[in-house]
Design a protein around this ligand. Structure first.
Ligand code: NAD
Length: 258
């Protein structure tokens, strides 16, 4: 198989959590452009349906839209059943749903702490475990989890203790799963994006000064775009990366290299 062929995902079955918008939508689009059928998994069913329809109409692949709260084990089990009913297998699990709550640690309630950990870390555990069980039976599969450069550095000045802790957890969880499942043909990797301007962040007037500050300290002089994460996602998803597991890919325009 030639190198270009190895990047094709024709016939593969994927899902992307948090796939309705932002980074997840961009990744789902990339997987579909490479030929995969994609399930859009999100808390927001209406947006997920819009994204799924947009992708299938434009790219001619099969899509599903599934409402799931990744922090809820019953939802996650149902999601896996729905994907198997629609697609028959799972080759690519992209666990990307995540939230951030900016509150100083001294003022954070247990509920606020727990919400971020439940979605960002426990949600990645539940979805990786459920998809991983299917992949272990299949003897193959690629799990890709969205971490963050916040797994490696502490953002300043915004206070994000729970977010930073959750994303560091995602990296270590993913490495642990990669090692447990390596000999069964299931690969697990993380992508750690730097600041990425999504439709939502770019439109928010509250974030404008923060974005300007990030741009002023970024070595590239700008924040990233969701489409700049697409190539690494397609690489990790399929046959281009059989020897790549337990790895974390920082895509941050050298922000953490400063
Ligand atoms: P976003 O808020 O634009 O999109 C997140 C999506 O996840 C939304 O569609 C939302 O409905 C969904 N979601 C939220 N909670 C959910 C839950 N419990 N179950 C299922 N779906 C849920 O965010 P984004 O900027 O596209 O970020 C996506 C991922 O990338 C997150 O994990 C985030 O932490 C990470 N990340 C983002 C940046 C950035 O600068 N945008 C940088 C590093 C990492």
């Amino acid at each position: 198989m030639g190198i270009i062929e190895k990047f094709r995902l024709n016939g593969k079955k994927a899902y992307v959590s948090g796939g309705a918008r932002g980074i997840g939508k961009s990744i789902a689009t990339a997987l579909a452009e490479a030929g995969a059928d994609v399930a859009i998994v999100d808390l927001d069913l209406v947006e997920a349906q819009k994204t799924a329809a947009e992708i299938s109409e434009r790219l001619g692949v099969k899509t599903l839209a599934i409402r799931t709260d990744v922090a809820n084990p019953d939802d996650v089990n149902q999601m896996i059943e729905d994907i198997l009913a629609g697609f028959g297998r799972i080759d690519i699990a992209f666990n990307n749903a995540g939230i951030c709550i900016n509150i100083p640690a001294a003022e954070m309630t247990l509920q606020q702490w727990q919400k971020v950990i439940d979605i960002n870390l426990t949600g990645v555990f539940l979805t990786s475990q459920a998809a991983g069980k299917v992949m272990l039976r299949q003897g193959s599969g690629s799990i890709i989890n969205t971490a963050s450069m916040s797994a490696h550095i502490v953002n300043y000045p915004q206070p994000q203790a729970s977010y930073n802790a959750s994303k560091a957890g995602v990296v270590q969880l993913s490495k642990s799963l990669a090692i447990e499942w390596a000999k069964y043909g299931v690969r697990v990797n993380t992508i750690s994006p730097g600041y990425i301007g999504t439709e939502l962040t770019l439109q928010s007037p509250d974030l404008k000064p923060l974005i300007q500050q990030w741009e002023s300290v970024s070595p590239l002089g700008r924040i990233g775009r969701p489409d700049e994460l697409q190539a690494i996602a397609v690489y990790l998803a399929g046959d281009a990366s059989p020897f790549t597991t337990g790895a974390d890919f920082v895509v941050d325009g050298a922000f953490t290299a400063i």
